[in-house]
Write a protein that binds this ligand. Sequence first.
Ligand code: CO8
Length: 257
Amino acid sequence: MEFIKVTEQARPQVALIQLNRPKELNALNLQLMGELRDALKELDDNENVRAIVLTGNDRAFAAGADIKQMAGKTAIDMLNIDQFSTWDQIKKTKKPIIAAVSGFALGGGCELAMTCDMIIASETAQFGQPEIKIGVMPGAGGTQRLTRALGKAKAMEMVLTGKFISAQEAEKHGLINRVVPVELYLEEAFKLATEIAQLSPVAVKLAKESVNRSYETHLDEGLHFERKNFYLTFASEDQTEGMNAFVEKRKPTFTGR
Ligand code: CO8
């Protein structure tokens, strides 16, 4: 891996992926995105990992797609490169992914953070979709996910002007989970990931899938989907363990079976 660093056990059962093109503010070129897709797939298949933290560095989570790589492309080049199949694959990750964001999260960088399940930000984080300033528009979910998170008025302003919002504003509007001082954002993400890693991996997976389904369907269909996943948790040993531990007043040990 040239442009990302993967630590399988950054904390017990919690993996860390760090975007690693610091000089280019972690601009997301095709190779980096391919490496990220492969790393997520491997960690998703790894039984020793229950949650994943994705981060950049203090200055930038990612300043967007690599403009230099895209600059000379035609529409047909873009169609043939089909970079969004990589994003579709990333979206299929079943384990929870927590973005730990500091500095710039712009364009594809903001979209990548929003593709994760939760976002912990440092107080220096800035979120934005500045594509409009270079004559294009968001292409990896920005117009959809930002609108669902912030509402139409705020999202429209950000997408049409390219203005950034601060971590504090992002928190106020529900785009992110919380803002912490810059020296704590990664630790806070690990704390959240560790809390989730101690729970039933089966239930976590099914619950993540159910919350995500609410983005994609109407209420009745979503409630039906949730109910099926709820029933499915009763096929797990973790359900027996979790409920018995409650009754026996002890701490449960979840195995993911
Ligand atoms: N692509 C390529 N290189 C970049 C990018 C980028 N997105 N962002 C920064 N860099 C490079 C700069 O060119 C510079 O390189 P060099 O030293 O060789 O000139 C280096 O990173 C440092 O950047 P700056 O000197 O510009 O640093 P500043 O602190 O002055 O400015 C900014 C920081 C404000 C973040 C500025 O760099 C900037 O505006 N960057 C571009 C932001 C942007 O427009 N992002 C959207 C890109 S388009 C997009 O994301 C489309 C998404 C849809 C598809 C997703 C597929 C992945």
